[in-house]
Design a protein around this ligand. Structure first.
Ligand code: ZN
Ligand code: ZN
Length: 179
């Protein structure tokens, strides 16, 4: 009994629908509605795709930025440690260099202090006249003699130097020579 009623209702409903869709008066509004829905659907689909694309792009950009900043930080760290290493090495080598230079200067000064210098021309002296006075050559001694003769201690000691001539210089090879 119920079965028959439902069948009957279904049959009537589809018949009514057929009647409506085939009715010329409803055809255009129905088509318009369909078109409207299709447009809505494709627009919202477009929107969703756009949003998704934007989201993915934003994620990609932020990932990139993160990676870049991490790399940058790592690079900076490496740079800092390399710089520190270099600085340390440089300071150490500088220290060594300074110590070497100081030592060298000390040796040179010590050697220079032990040497005697020509009173006349400031070359290294090999002839000694008296107390503080030495010469590189007899020429220099003779040139200096006019001013030195007043102060020469050798003459006062009675070293035998005549007034107008410089004393014989004390040098193994030259002690008997002179003018
Ligand atoms: Zn000289
Ligand atoms: Zn002298």
């Amino acid at each position: 009994m119920e079965e028959i009623i439902r069948r009957g209702t279904e049959g009537e409903l589809s018949e009514a629908l057929n009647a409506i869709t085939s009715d010329e008066r409803f055809k255009k509004p129905l088509l318009d509605l369909e078109r409207h829905w299709l447009t809505e659907y494709s627009m919202s689909r477009e929107k969703l795709l756009c949003a998704l694309t934007e989201k993915l792009h934003a994620e990609f950009v932020s990932d990139q930025a993160k990676i870049r900043s991490e790399l940058l930080a790592q690079f900076k760290d490496e740079l800092e440690s390399t710089k520190a290493d270099l600085q340390k090495k440089y300071e150490e080598s500088l220290k060594v260099e300074v110590a070497k230079t100081l030592e060298k200067n000390k040796r040179e000064i010590s050697a220079a202090k032990k040497k005697q210098w020509c009173w006349n021309c400031e070359s290294e002296a090999i002839y000694h006249c008296c107390w503080n006075t030495a010469y590189c050559s007899t020429q220099c001694q003779q040139q200096h003699w006019s001013s030195h003769r007043r102060f020469c201690r050798r003459r006062k000691q009675g070293g035998g130097a005549p007034g107008n001539n410089p004393a014989n210089l004390t040098n193994g090879d030259d002690s008997n020579g002179g003018e």
